[in-house]
Ligand binder design. Structure first.
Ligand code: NAD
Length: 398
């Protein structure tokens, strides 16, 4: 995991270790649904975690902080998992802060090579990944980006062919690529999979998709769909199907975890707001007035409250309102999806899938290249993929 000590990563890590120890109910995990039980998904005890981060803090301290901040009585579970968490911590290596912007760079307190070129960073990260695969005798590696959200990069200004894109790595400080893309290149170059759970640039450039296809690797993103945006992708189709005219959709989000602190920087916030705002317009097919705000309120910790106000016109233009509030622990919503994505990606790759994985669109706010944002339709794509996999498993066994 990139950002292996953050809220999402440490919660996913604790969850995986707890699953491996047995005795927890896998609520909130998509891959545990009956539909996915005949596909040959890898068992949880076959997964091993390692990662990169830029902070020195021990993983166990982050897990205990998360439990404390979330006011969730998980300290005893974390203590039971202490040995495994300490072993995982030893496999977390210094990452790169190339192109992450000032706010993220200010979090970094680990010794990291500060003057390496982007190419040197890619090579170093790639060596760490290869060493992990070798030492743990892994059949495959899925790199999941759960690091802080970077400021936006204009993807339309980047070369679309890998042969013209790759020399950007030699531009030194002028290289426009942020860390999330350097991790993606390091992973895909070696044929490993890459999943971008954040709205950062990551694997979005067309040239990085080409790299993945050239190396026979899988990738997808971006930005996990876990709360308010999940609700939008469920509710917006209802307005279209009943021919109700949405006039405005305003969503206010308040929360107080470290992700919230980073998103308090207007540059980093812009990446997230764009990702949260786009989908209402795309589902409705017209442009109501929309507003998304994200505010950092430190005392809320990991508990996010989203309040959405939807103003719409019904028969004879009569104005009406739908409001909802969503309150959830951000990391505990995201963590099971991170584990599901690693598990589904490993299966896709084992079955020979190459390139983008649009059947995973339901997991993301801004799925690459997708014009379908309705949650039920996206989930249907996942079901269809699962049915195809199940059918070919049946053929293999008969
Ligand atoms: P967090 O701030 O708790 O954790 C981020 C971690 O990334 C930190 O440990 C930080 O040190 C590390 N990091 C930052 N830059 C790095 C780099 N260049 N290389 C390696 N490590 C780096 O954030 P979080 O709540 O865990 O969220 C993680 C990401 O997932 C964010 O980008 C967030 O926007 C995204 N996300 C979260 C949710 C959710 O529901 N929680 C949903 C969708 C997307």
């Amino acid at each position: 995991m990139v950002g292996a000590k953050g809220g999402v990563a440490s919660t996913a890590t604790l969850g995986l270790v707890a699953l491996q120890r047995g005795g927890i109910v896998p609520v909130g995990m998509v891959s545990q649904l009956p539909l996915f039980q005949q596909l040959g998904l890898a068992d949880w005890d076959r997964f091993v975690i390692a990662g990169h981060d830029i902070r020195r803090v021990p993983l166990i301290d982050e897990v205990l902080r998360m439990a404390g901040e979330s006011r969730i009585a998980l300290a005893s579970v974390a203590e039971q998992c202490r040995t495994e968490l300490e072993q995982i911590d030893e496999r977390i290596r210094p990452g790169t802060i190339f192109g992450v912007g000032e706010t993220i760079a200010a979090l970094a307190d680990l010794e990291m090579p500060r003057d390496e070129t982007p190419r040197q960073a890619v090579e170093r990260l790639g060596r760490d990944m290869a060493e992990f695969v070798r030492t743990e005798k892994l059949s495959h590696l899925v790199v999941v980006n759960v690091a802080s959200t970077e400021p936006p990069v204009d993807v339309s200004k980047l070369p679309t062919r890998w042969t013209e894109f790759e020399p950007l790595l030699d531009l030194g400080r002028q290289c426009p690529l942020p860390a999330s893309s350097l991790y993606a290149i390091a992973a895909l170059e070696a044929g490993y999979s890459y999943i971008n759970f954040t709205p950062s640039l990551g694997d979005a450039p067309a040239a990085i998709d080409e790299l993945a296809r050239l190396r026979g690797a899988c990738h997808y993103g971006c930005d996990g769909k876990t709360g308010e945006t999940l609700m939008k992708s469920v509710l917006a189709p209802m307005f279209t199907r009943r021919n109700l005219q949405v006039m405005s959709w305003v969503g206010h989000n308040i929360f107080g975890n470290m992700d919230g602190r980073v998103l308090d920087d207007p540059a980093n916030k812009r990446t997230k707001v764009d990702s949260k705002d786009r989908l209402v317009r795309e589902i409705l097919g017209y442009r109501p007035k929309t507003l998304v705000s994200i505010e950092y309120v430190s005392d809320l910790g990991d508990w996010k409250t989203a309040w959405d106000h939807i103003h719409f016109a019904g028969f004879l233009g009569v104005p009406m309102t739908l409001q909802f509030t969503w309150q959830g622990s951000d990391s505990f919503l995201a963590a099971p999806l991170v584990l599901d994505l690693a598990r589904l990606t490993e299966l896709a790759r084992r079955r020979g899938h190459v390139g983008a994985m649009p059947f995973l669109a339901s997991f993301f706010k801004s799925p690459h290249g997708a014009s379908e944002h309705r949650f039920d339709r996206q989930f249907l794509m996942l079901e269809q993929w699962a049915e195809e996999v199940a059918k070919s498993e049946d053929q293999k066994s008969s």
